[in-house]
Design a binder for this molecule. Structure first.
Ligand code: 4AD
Length: 466
């Protein structure tokens, strides 16, 4: 085969060399009958290619052919890399290609439902263009999601899903290096795993069943089965009925469960080291992706400490009260209050990432271990990025009698979870764990305003397609 160069690898050092690249025709700009510009895009990168009639390689017919290409067609170009005197505006690569050969591999229809270049504009670009009276279309979220195949071609979207892959990769690598075993638990289960109404019910060969709301019960059963430390990456289903910027009906859960030797802070310690390692890794190894996102959705880099800040719920309540926010000291925090606390924490401790522990027992699921010293509280925690929750975790009740009482107190039909409760009768170690929403991590690390931006094909209360 011939040697292909990726568009992102086109740099000064290749100047004068002949290269072969495949890309998508992003813009085609005729200058005259003898000259045209074609911008090719691949992943997060773009390069300008120049077609200029000469005696040897380029005929006027070629220029005519190129100017007739439709946007978003797949195009191969062979040509010589050159470095222009002026910096190039509007492309990521600072070299050009002087085209010698150009082929259209597959044509796109000429009338596209989304103009990808328009979809890639930042709000600042849009305002500038509007001010200048330029003709273009603002691409709304529903249109983007309806034609997601085109929408995910934008460099920012290409970058978002590469970062998502990276997050998942660091999660696995870090946990493997700490002795965790990757597992897969069933997604078709008999009862609801998190309680509450947000569960998809279905018919399992005549028997009522649910789509798993989390791997919670089964990951704990694997701990009862002697695995010590486990993790899972898999789909999580929630029949959410509210339409918000941070809830999906299907998301990817990153779950962890582990034996605890002395204190549930051992679980917080894994959260601390895992996420500091993850943020470091993203900042170090995803620079191109982060700047592609920044071009369309400018954001401030995440502030995080070398050792993650851990506050108690009571301390959080005090900070809020001191700032004049009215809160129930034993109730849950709503989104707005969580954001406010995030701001207060940032002002005081200079971090966008922190752990809030020792939640009131009443606001946690039935399987959460009450505090030994004060059963009004629990050995549990949530973790926040920029004032929004990305993780919830806790020590679990490993004593079958207490577990039964707690389930009943929370209105759960213990018959539906009897094999789960029985698992704790055969010698179960103290344990704890946490669940992370992958889409939320990416959304909040990059300060994006909507979780639909970090799900390839989002499922929300109003959307089941594409
Ligand atoms: O807080 P949640 O519901 O906790 C659990 O599922 C527990 N079983 C976790 C544990 O091990 N104790 O969900 C965990 C995380 C949340 O912090 C959030 O990041 C994400 O999953 N999440 C959602 N993400 C997108 N859409 C939704 N509807 C989500 N619900 C929760």
């Amino acid at each position: 085969g011939r040697e292909w160069t990726e568009i992102g690898a086109l740099v000064d050092e290749l100047s004068g060399r002949s290269v072969l690249v495949r890309g998508v025709a992003q813009t085609i700009r005729p200058v005259s009958k003898k000259m045209a510009f074609v911008v090719l895009r691949q992943y997060v990168s773009t390069v300008q290619c120049i077609l200029s009639v000469d005696k040897e390689f380029v005929s006027p017919q070629m220029v005519k052919f190129a100017t007739a290409l439709s946007k978003e067609s797949i195009v191969d170009v062979e040509g010589i890399v050159s470095v222009p005197k002026e910096p190039i505006k509007g492309t990521t690569q600072q070299v050009e290609i002087q085209i010698r050969k150009i082929y259209c591999v597959n044509r796109a229809v000429s009338l596209l439902p989304i103009n990808v270049e328009d979809a890639a504009r930042s709000e600042a670009d849009i305002q500038k263009a509007e001010f200048a009276g330029e003709q273009f279309s603002r691409v709304g979220q529903d249109t983007r999601l309806n034609y997601r195949v085109l929408d995910i071609r934008t460099p920012a979207n290409q970058a978002i899903f590469r970062i998502q892959c990276h997050v998942e990769d660091v999660f696995r690598r870090f946990l493997r290096s700490e002795g965790f075993v990757g597992i897969h638990t069933p997604k078709l289960i008999a009862g609801s795993s998190e309680g509450g109404a947000a569960v998809f019910k279905l018919d399992y060969k005549g028997q009522p069943a649910c789509l798993a709301q989390s791997p919670q019960l089964h990951k704990q059963m694997v701990i009862c089965g002697g695995f010590g430390r486990v993790f899972e990456v898999g789909p999580v289903f929630r029949a959410e009925d509210s339409y918000t910027h941070r809830h999906l009906c299907e998301f990817v859960g990153l779950d962890v469960e582990m034996e605890i030797k002395e204190h549930y802070f051992e679980v917080c310690d894994i959260v601390d080291r895992l996420f500091v390692a993850m943020f470091d890794d993203l900042n170090e190894n995803c620079k191109t992706e982060l700047s592609a996102i920044n071009r369309q959705y400018p954001f401030e880099p995440l502030k995080y400490l070398r050792k993650t800040l851990k506050l108690t719920f009571e301390e959080g309540i005090k900070m809020l009260q001191d700032a004049g926010v009215e809160v129930d000291p034993l109730g849950d925090l709503n989104t707005e209050v969580e954001r406010k606390l995030g701001q207060l924490v940032r002002e005081k401790y200079d971090t966008d990432f922190y752990i809030l522990c020792r939640y009131p027992l009443a606001v946690r699921p039935f399987y959460t271990m009450p505090c030994y010293d004060d059963p009004k509280y629990s050995n549990s925690f949530d973790v926040f990025i920029r004032g929004e929750e990305i993780i919830s975790g806790a020590q679990r009740v490993h004593l079958p009698e207490l577990l039964t009482t707690r389930a009943e107190a929370c209105g759960i039909d213990v018959k539906t979870i009897s094999s789960y409760i029985d698992s704790f009768r055969y010698g179960a170690p103290p344990h704890g764990g946490f669940g992370v929403g992958l889409e939320r991590v990416v959304m909040l690390f990059c300060a994006l305003n909507n979780i639909r931006k970090t799900s390839l094909f989002p499922r929300d209360p109003q959307r089941l397609a594409p």
